[in-house]
Write a protein that binds this ligand. Sequence first.
Ligand code: TXA
Ligand code: MG
Length: 315
Amino acid sequence: MSIVSPSPEIIAEAARFLRGGDLVAFPTETVYGLGGDATQDSAVEKIYAAKGRPSLNPLIVHVGGREWVAGIAEPDGRFDKLARVFWPGPLTLVMRRRADSPISKIVSAGRDTVAVRMPDHPVARDILLAVKRPLAAPSANTSGKVSPTRAEHVHDGLIHPPRLVIDGGACRVGLESTVLDLTQHIPVILRPGSISREQLEAAIGEVREGLDDATAPKAPGALLSHYAPGLPLRLNAANPEPGECFIGFGPVSGAYNLSPAGNLDEAAANLFALLRQADNLNLYKAIAVAPVPQTGIGVAINDRLRRAAAPRNTG
Ligand code: TXA
Ligand code: MG
């Protein structure tokens, strides 16, 4: 697997690999995606195999323009409003599949819906426009682990390496997109992200909070382990206990800090890289994270932290 810098030649090569059914990892504004042609069953199967992803957890389809959606799904007036305000950007919209949708049914994992987003990153956009096909692209990590926010994170995160990893530097947002289910009468947030409920409500009216993962148990308080570092994680920690790596937030002393200035956007961008770093030092027996305010993107940061700290799935 080679990590390469983007250039017109590399984009063209990536497009050839993708049209041929191979996988390419590329940067988006949220996290690195493991991309494959969403219209080819065999390419989509490769994505599930490379991640060890349960086949019941559907994938996000990435498009190069708003107008691509009409051929894939059944967008309504709420889609038009949201796409106008938030696309390109970190908002994924779940809609009914068109009966003649060219998207592989494996992408939807047996559902009659499809999740679509238009990424706000020049490399992702250039690849989509070169391939001219929608790309399925989950985060480029093994299922349940910490998502990659740098090209070099992709390297240690997959069961089968992709043909290419395109290096776009550090991801600007650092947390996965907000996922909004538009198939409900009142839209439901399935996964919080940097686009908040308040922002969505300003565009389309009432929105509800739901549960993240399509495979998550629907019981209140039930948490599915996800985004998990190797070490156990302790949340809302004021200080480290002996043997713990402390990750601070705001003006506290210590080597690791999500944002010394207490800026939530900066904290989101640093979160996964810091968890990964603490894990890889082999110096600690656990990680302790300071409290993060539950406002704006802090809601999404705390969602990821709770899942990272949840009892681990076995296997
Ligand atoms: O920011 C992101 O969204 C990143 C970058 C690479 O674009 N992608 C990403 O994809 O996080 P993935 O596959 O790791 O996360 C997909 C999420 C899961 O929570 C999945 O359950 C949900 O979206 N999802 C996908 N299709 C769905 C559908 N048809 N119905 C309900 N949930 C769906
Ligand atoms: Mg993921």
